[in-house]
Design a binder for this molecule. Structure first.
Ligand code: NAD
Length: 450
């Protein structure tokens, strides 16, 4: 369903009216277009501590226009506020901030930058995982970055985003993959997120087809977010297997034909689902995306056992059982990537969704619980938590709730299925084993659960 207010507020007449009335004007977000090569089209500013040098070394692959500010030993031309170009991307390494006094450098660096951001700019702050630091003062300073980056994300305007990446010392070689995602329009609807990067033995060989040679299964792929995930994984070079219920065969076949994928009709809750899946995948998988999900909303007082059970079975039990069966049969390859579609409802809770929110929070628990075990085989498992995404599911919401869902976020609008798909595709890459047991929200920094 299209967001009429967003379209109107960005039209010539609408812009003037909305501004005159003092109403919020959500920006038309820039998305990744097929055929684009550079993650950043415009000026990239790099500054801060020693990781800035590391970023500078890979920056030629990110953009043609690079500048530096407040960094030691940086070779890019100096950027001067008011004179330098508008900035499309900014990376500030805060990893060397070692006590609360040094946090003032954040203000010093970002104040001039804020007035010089181009529309839909992307900001990334780098730090060290606080829990790995022995010095309490440094731990305090690094922990403080969370509050700063989330507040910065809330203050940004014009479709800009900000994230914090805590980079472990042995994960520095995976920075490029993360920056390619977080500095580009692939992360258009991701903001205010905090992720940790750890060591990862595998890396992307060809950035134009990061998933080349990988076999991926997407459940619930006939429509909505699942279809977008399948299309995006295929775009990135994966051989994709689309799974959905038998009733969705027509849509599934049409999509399979369009992207050159294999279609598999199966109810993931069927008693022999695991057996059927193993038979259909004799060569195993490199990427497993548990996207199939349903809602059966009712307040707890009115919740029927069949509503409760159906949601638990599809959203939580099937992903657990099928992943376990694939692991037991050795069908998940070394360095496989597992992505679970959770929801912001699973983080914040939602009235009328006690069953759904419990199932989605359970998926986050699944990622947290299995990540340490799977790391021995180099397998990562993460949850992606979409906020309000424009799909069949949200088109069916009452109008008031739908409008609230769209506007109550820093970006002031709903996301697109493509936004979720890009996050899943990034977490599916070989180098994204650097992230495991974590939750990435794709929610435009929704205020719910923030
Ligand atoms: N749309 C949103 O705003 C939003 C927000 C947060 C989370 N999510 C999650 O993202 C995922 C996709 O959401 P969507 O909006 O695209 O939903 P959708 O209803 O459009 O698509 C879900 C797909 O899953 C399939 N499916 C359902 N039960 C199945 C089963 N038993 N076996 C096999 N396939 C089955 C359906 O046939 C359908 O094609 C879901 O897990 C959902 O909970 C969506």
């Amino acid at each position: 369903m299209s967001d009429r207010y967003l379209g109107f507020a960005n039209s010539n007449l609408g812009r003037r009216l909305v501004d005159a009335l003092g109403l919020p004007r959500p920006a038309a977000l820039e998305r990744w277009q097929a055929g684009r090569l550079r993650p950043v089209e415009g000026a990239l500013l790099i500054g801060g501590g020693p990781l800035a040098n590391r970023v500078e070394r890979v920056s030629a692959a990110l953009t043609d226009e690079r500048y530096s500010c407040l960094g030691e030993g940086l070779e890019s031309p100096a950027w001067v506020a008011g004179l330098g170009p508008k900035l499309k991307a900014v990376v500030f390494d805060a990893s060397a901030l070692s006590d609360s006094r040094s946090l003032g450098q954040l203000r010093e660096f970002f104040q001039p930058v804020l007035r010089s951001l181009a529309p839909c700019a992307h900001v990334v702050i780098l730090g060290r995982p606080p829990e790995q630091l022995d010095d309490p003062q440094a731990r305090v300073a690094q922990r403080a970055l969370e509050g700063f980056s989330r507040s910065l994300a809330k203050e940004l305007r014009n479709g800009a985003t900000a994230q914090l990446l805590y980079v472990a010392p042995d994960a520095e070689d995976q920075l490029e993959g993360a920056l390619r995602f977080f500095l580009s329009p692939k992360s258009a609807f991701v903001s205010g997120q905090v992720l940790r990067l750890h060591a990862c033995a595998s890396s992307v060989q060809d950035w134009t087809r990061p998933l080349a040679g990988k076999r991926a299964l997407v459940t619930g792929a006939a429509r909505g977010i699942g279809a977008a995930i399948a299309e995006t994984l295929a775009r990135d070079g994966a051989e994709v297997i689309l799974l959905d219920v038998p009733a969705a065969r027509q849509d599934l076949d049409a999509l399979a034909g369009r992207i050159g994928a294999q279609a598999l009709t199966l109810d993931i809750c069927a008693s022999d689902a695991a057996q059927q899946l193993l038979q259909a995948l004799p060569n195993g998988l490199d990427v497993l995306v548990h996207n199939a999900g349903i809602t059966r909303d009712k307040t707890l007082a009115n919740m029927t056992p069949d509503y409760w059970d159906a949601v638990m079975a599809v959203n939580l039990q099937a992903p657990q059982l099928l992943t376990q069966a694939l692991l037991d049969a050795g069908h998940l390859h070394q360095h496989a990537r597992v992505v679970l579609l959770a929801s912001v409802s699973g983080i914040a809770g939602n009235r009328g969704q006690s069953n759904y929110a419990a199932s989605k929070a359970g998926l986050i628990g699944l990622a947290e619980a299995w990540a340490p075990r799977l790391s021995e085989q180099g397998i990562s498992i993460n949850a992606v938590a979409p906020g309000f995404i424009e799909t069949h599911m949200t088109a069916a919401m009452p109008m008031g709730l739908r409008e609230a869902g769209r506007r109550l976020s820093s970006l002031g609008q709903g996301g697109r299925a493509q936004d979720v798909a890009e996050a899943v595709a990034w977490l599916s890459q070989p180098g994204s084993g650097a992230v495991s047991g974590q939750v990435l929200r794709v929610c435009g920094q929704a205020l719910m659960g923030a």
